[in-house]
Design a protein around this ligand. Structure first.
Ligand code: GLN
Ligand code: ZN
Length: 758
């Protein structure tokens, strides 16, 4: 038995060129049969396993691959199908599986929400009655498939019962503990069958352990794993955690399992300290997550080797496994395809395949199969990148050094500012506006693509954009909206657009990661000091403003959202990177002010999702985020009205931080939690402008005026009508022109009606 083994927690399912996405979408469009879909997904799945085995990984996962989402896979294995879908027991078929994820004409899809603090979204299981049987041992099937087709003995991976229940909506009326208990016999069957199929290891994931954990949770874990351990005595359970170090090290290492997976990358050396301080139980396996599974930087393998050496002394011979810190689902597949990246950067990054190579190299060195000198190359690449001039922009650093001490504050309080701004703009009571984007029609996308490919010259492209702006300014005036927008026709994605214009960002060609369902995103890489280069939004915004007497809102993506939706550098503190972005945006704000744009919206939809898993870290994150936002926006003139916008999550928990942003006006998406959000404002005196979205933009449906009336009066039962704005939930870029205009017309009518009553 080798001293050290290598393992992987999960591999990206999308394929090198998003073959997975293409197959799914072809199937949904009715262009390929179910048989074709099954075959093409099987081929991707087996290719992934083969790639990992050939790379030299000892424990290759199965069950990480999915048709949509791993949480949904777990739910259907237990026959957990929400009541509104047709289901009569047994293995859930492909049609029903996708119906739960995507909805049908007659049944709404299950809710989707963020997977911990990542940008991956899972399907939230709805448990109305406790499950009674394992209807499909999916991992067993996949384990057998890999064995038969490839001759590989893989490591099945599943989500553990405690985390699974915590991730679900418990509609049973039972307590969380009771519900977890009803899963134990089902998991026991699953494990027993894996044992009979001769599996050695099963990875059971309990990522809730990386957040807030109570004593009851720890007792429950003890109870659950004691029973699972006896259910399949010769199958080894590896209890896997990720994204942070765990707070309850001593309790967790002593659980009745054969191995424990910990994150040694995040949380600044905490896991290593814990192992050194408390030791590690003899006879147990430690799966050490030593390569960052969430970010794309190449590791300095000599430094990592040092951690491996320290662990080897403490963990028993043959009991140490090296692996990524979490599933590689969160990073792109391979750097190989990135033929256009600057050499220095290309050498400095590692996607999934390269991360596996790093693990194999470390394992070989640890087993004396390869000498330590072979790790030198990675250290040199990391050093070269760190020392490059792109990473170190003296000017940015020196400006940052002068301001980072103090967060700017607007000179006058919000109520007085609003009074001064109102004198200037003379807006009616309950002013109406939209969130920024108007429909990105096929034509808009085609013209942009042509221009990007060089088939359309910049002059013609800009003319096209101006025509779109003209058209929509007219529409907005005709609708009688109060604060207009230019429509964001020139933008692809709200982060990419800015990243392409700021210094310090780099874009990949195939660096896709799954965000939800078949939707993949290509996060930019923040590799160097971020700096303003030249105005980014002024041309279109100022043009739009010249076409109308009504105020046109400038539209920027905020520093926290740009940071959270990128792969940020890690060689300097996170706060510094966010502040660099904030300072660059401040310059853009100043440019807009110079062009007489007096209303500027800085969108922060992603502020909530970056909230750390551990409550002990919440304050630092929120302070940093609020600070960055204020750095960009709080030095404006009193007359300049700063708006912000948030969506995608529940905001009750961070309402004080929202207040501290000190934006003059905020618009928040509320269609998913109307009642809850409003009651949050009941106990909180919010003295700034606020618009709670009055209709849901996610569906093409044109809302009835009564619906909007109801939403307005519900909000105004709590909020001051003098501060209330009327706007849709979010941007309208995914909608069609006709439905957009109709819906906005209903909204403006509702506002006019409401004005008579308040
Ligand atoms: N201004 C952006 C838009 O309207 C906001 C998008 C978002 O909140 N996600 O599209
Ligand atoms: Zn939004």
């Amino acid at each position: 038995m080798p001293k050290v083994r290598s393992s992987n927690i999960g591999y990206p399912r999308i394929g090198e060129k998003r073959e997975w996405k293409k197959s799914l979408e072809q199937f949904w469009a009715g262009n390929i049969s179910e048989q074709d879909l099954l075959e093409s997904l099987k081929s991707i799945r087996l290719t992934n396993i083969k790639k990992q085995t050939e790379a030299g990984i000892d424990l290759v996962p199965v069950g990480d691959f999915s048709f949509y989402d791993q949480v949904l896979d777990t739910a259907v294995s237990f026959g957990l199908v929400p009541d509104r879908f047709d289901y009569n027991g047994g293995k859930v078929d492909v049609t029903t599986y996708f119906a739960i994820a995507r909805g049908t004409d007659s049944a709404v899809a299950a809710e989707m929400t963020k997977w911990y603090n990542t940008n991956y979204h899972y399907i939230v299981p709805e448990i109305s009655t406790p499950p009674t049987s394992l209807v499909h041992n999916r991992v067993l099937e996949l384990f057998n498939e890999a064995k038969e087709e490839l001759g590989t003995k893989t490591k099945p991976v599943i989500i553990g019962p405690v985390s699974f229940v915590k991730l679900s909506k418990n509609l049973t009326g039972q307590s969380e503990q009771e519900l977890v208990r009803s899963f134990i016999p089902l998991y026991a069957t699953l494990l027993k069958e894996l044992e009979e199929a001769d599996a050695d290891w099963v990875q059971i994931e309990e990522p809730f352990l990386n957040g807030q954990v109570s004593n009851e949770d720890l007792d429950l874990l003890q109870e659950v794993y004691a029973q699972l351990d006896v259910a399949a005595p010769s199958l080894n359970i590896l209890l896997q955690t990720y994204f942070e170090a765990i707070d309850d090290y001593e309790a967790v290492v002593n659980l009745p399992v054969q191995g424990l997976g910990l994150d040694f990358v995040h949380d600044e050396g905490v896991s290593l300290e814990q192992v050194k301080k408390f030791g590690f139980p003899t006879g147990k396996v430690l799966a050490a997550g030593i390569i960052d599974g969430r970010n794309i930087w190449r590791a300095d393998l000599k430094e990592v080797k040092d951690i491996v050496d320290q662990l080897s002394v403490i963990v028993g011979e043959g009991q140490l496994i090296l692996q990524p810190s979490c599933s590689l689902l969160h990073v792109p597949v391979t750097v190989e395809l990135e033929t256009e990246l600057p050499e220095l950067l290309k050498e400095g990054i590692a996607f999934a395949d390269e991360k596996l190579q790093e693990l194999v190299a470390l394992t070989k060195v640890a087993n004396d199969e390869q000498d330590e000198e072979s790790l030198e190359k990675s250290s040199a690449a990391v050093k070269a990148l760190n020392e490059s001039s792109s990473r170190n922009n003296e000017e940015v650093r020196s400006v940052l050094a002068t301001i980072s001490e103090e967060i700017p504050t607007r000179t006058i309080d919000a109520p007085e500012r609003l009074r001064i701004q109102q004198e200037k703009y003379q807006l009616p009571l309950l002013p109406t506006t939209t969130i920024g984007s108007f429909p990105q029609t096929k034509e808009v996308r085609q013209q942009r693509l042509k221009w990007r490919k060089g088939e359309l010259n910049s002059e013609d492209y800009e003319k096209f954009i101006r025509d779109e702006i003209d058209k929509w300014i007219k529409i907005q005036e005709e609708l009688d909206l109060d604060v207009l927008v230019h429509g964001e026709f020139e933008r692809t994605d709200m982060v990419e657009f800015f990243g392409e214009k700021l210094a310090g960002f780099q874009f990949t060609k195939f660096g896709w990661v799954q965000s939800y369902g078949s939707r993949c995103v290509k996060p930019p890489i923040i590799y160097g000091d971020v700096a303003f280069v030249k105005p980014m939004t002024v041309k279109e915004t100022a043009y739009a403003q010249r076409q109308t007497k009504r105020p046109v809102k400038g539209m920027l993506t905020g520093p926290v959202t740009i940071f959270n939706w990128s792969f940020p550098r890690t060689d300097i503190p996170e706060g510094q990177v966010v502040n660099q972005i904030a300072l660059a945006l401040r310059k853009e704000v100043e440019e807009l002010e110079r062009e007489e744009i007096g209303v500027i919206q800085v969108d922060e939809p992603a502020i909530r999702e970056g909230l750390p898993l551990k409550p002990s870290k919440t304050k630092a994150y929120l302070d940093q985020s609020v600070g960055a936002f204020r750095l960009s926006t709080n030095t404006v003139q009193t007359q300049t009205q700063i708006h912000t916008h948030m969506c995608y999550s529940d905001f009750e928990a961070i309402i004080e931080s929202i207040d501290a942003l000190d934006a003059d006006v905020i618009s928040i998406e509320t269609s998913r939690s109307h009642g809850e959000l409003i009651s949050a404002f009941e106990d909180f005196t919010y003295n700034k402008g606020i618009g709670l979205g009055v209709y849901d933009i996610h569906s093409p449906r044109v809302p009835a005026q009564e619906e909007i009336d109801r939403n307005i009066s519900r909000a105004l039962s709590v909020l001051d009508p003098k501060l209330f704005w009327i706007n849709p939930d979010c941007g309208l870029k995914t909608r069609k022109e006709k439905e957009t205009v109709e819906a906005l017309r209903v909204m403006v009518n509702a506002a006019k009606e409401a004005r008579k009553q308040y």
